[in-house]
Design a protein around this ligand. Structure first.
Ligand code: MF3
Ligand code: CO
Length: 250
């Protein structure tokens, strides 16, 4: 069942979303050569708690940190640690914050110092695919209208959609119905209604679509070792333009 949020619940989700987006921005500002991923994670946790919220990811199914930080060929769910970021890395940061009974969830991929034009293009296409998708995030459209728009845009740039991981409803639970693949057929899937709150999150590989989970039980990497990027916001479906709850978007 896809939950519809009341105007009061939406107000609470705006608050959770703003904190989550600010944590993402803070993480992005910290991405530079010489910084460790655990230093970024610590600051994300400190910021979320300072705002009176709780990191959504910490202890979720045993996850040991507040942010997922995935570097280069790591697609998602990278565990922060002693890894030192270096010039040319691309760094995906995914964060969630829980306050007032609701979650915000968002992600973006950041450049560490100067990066190659190819890496920058992957980041740009991944981000833009989210905005292509949400052109269809409107009452009366179908869920897979969003999915199809993301897929078409990404594949037209020669990149691959990761299929094993998907976007999702978000609210009182971090993962609610529906699952939102980043591929699919327009005109199919659930009919969208105002009050739905959705995490739309394209995960895009520069090379092939295949990925695998590492032995740490979390980190997902591309099978071919090529780069991957991720971009996510929590949005609200309305009868007009969707509202980005993890605002400001980066
Ligand atoms: N942000 C991720 C998602 O969108 C969840 C991270 S998994 C966790 O589904 F374990 F790190 F929480
Ligand atoms: Co998510």
């Amino acid at each position: 069942m896809i939950t519809l949020k009341s105007s009061h619940e939406i107000e609470l989700m705006r608050r959770a979303g703003k904190i989550t987006a600010a944590a993402r921005a803070l993480a992005g500002e910290m991405v530079r050569p010489g910084v460790t991923t655990q230093e970024i994670d610590s600051e994300v946790e400190r910021f979320i708690r300072k705002e009176g919220a709780v990191p959504s990811f910490l202890h979720y199914q045993g996850y040991p940190a507040s942010a997922c930080i995935s570097v280069n060929d790591e697609v998602i769910h990278g565990i922060p640690g002693k890894r030192v970021l270096k010039e040319g890395d691309i760094v995906s940061v995914d964060v969630g914050a829980y306050i007032g009974g609701f979650h915000g969830d968002c992600a973006a991929t950041f450049a560490c110092g100067a990066i190659s034009p190819e890496a920058q293009n992957l980041i740009d296409v991944t981000r833009q695919s989210f905005f292509e998708g949400i052109q269809y995030a409107k009452e009366g459209k179908r869920l897979f209208d969003i999915s199809a728009a993301i897929q078409t845009y990404v594949e037209s740039h020669g990149y691959s959609i990761v299929r094993e991981y998907v976007g999702h409803g978000v609210g009182a639970q971090m993962h609610e119905a529906p699952e939102i693949p980043n591929y699919g057929h327009p005109g199919r899937g659930a009919r969208l209604l105002r009050g739905m709150t959705l995490a739309i999150e394209p995960m895009v590989n520069a090379g092939g679509a295949d990925s695998y989970q590492m032995s740490d039980g979390w980190t997902v990497r591309t099978a071919d070792g090529k780069n991957a990027a991720h971009y996510e916001n929590t949005i609200l479906i309305t009868d007009g333009e969707p509202e980005i709850l993890t605002a400001p978007a980066i």
